[in-house]
Design a protein around this ligand. Sequence first.
Ligand code: GDP
Ligand code: MG
Length: 200
Amino acid sequence: MKILDAQFVISAVRPQQYPEDALPEIALAGRSNVGKSSLINKLILRKNLARTSSQPGKTQQLNYYRVNDLLYLVDFPGYGYAKVSKTQREKFGEMIETYLRDREPHKLQLLIIDIRHEPSKDDVLMYNWLKHYEIPTCIVATKADKIPRSKWDKHVKMVKTTLEADPRDPVVLFSSETGLGREQLWDVILGAIASEEESP
Ligand SMILES: Nc1nc2c(ncn2[C@@H]2O[C@H](COP(=O)(O)OP(=O)(O)O)[C@@H](O)[C@H]2O)c(=O)[nH]1
Ligand SMILES: [Mg+2]
């Protein structure tokens, strides 16, 4: 995928701030620190457009990045951050659930999992929400460079088993360090946008 243009658009704290141009939205969810910002930077080949490791615990903003006047990447707040209060957790839940239920341009969800670890309870909960709202989902097992290649299969299997993943959901092995999986993930993203156009 050739990146001609990539821009940060807005940190939206309420639906009224979401873009209104109806470009398809590809959203990313995952625990804080799992590597979402790094993955966005790798996808769009910018070193630091999506700020890595900034403001952990900001539970209520969706960061919108516009790519090639073609689509938005939408970075959800990271979940599972220990210092977040119960009220903030509830706000996160409300915001995300409303987005998943009502956001028409949302075409694909990337669920980002650290390949080294078993998915957390929050990961399982998020995956179940996605299934409940029938959102097309791609599981991305990132930080692949952190374990030896010989262990990739076993860890991918563990991720799928713990999530009880639908075998039809694609799983992409990724590394923001090496770029592994970048083209494959773009194929999944472009495929999700195209299949939507075929069957309105
Ligand atoms: N080795 C390696 N480190 C990564 C990878 N992705 C993210 N990281 C590191 O993990 C930390 C958290 O990444 P970040 O993108 O800020 O996570 P976020 O909180 O999900 O946005 C940073 O120190 C990144 O450099 C990866 O694929 N490989
Ligand atoms: Mg981040």
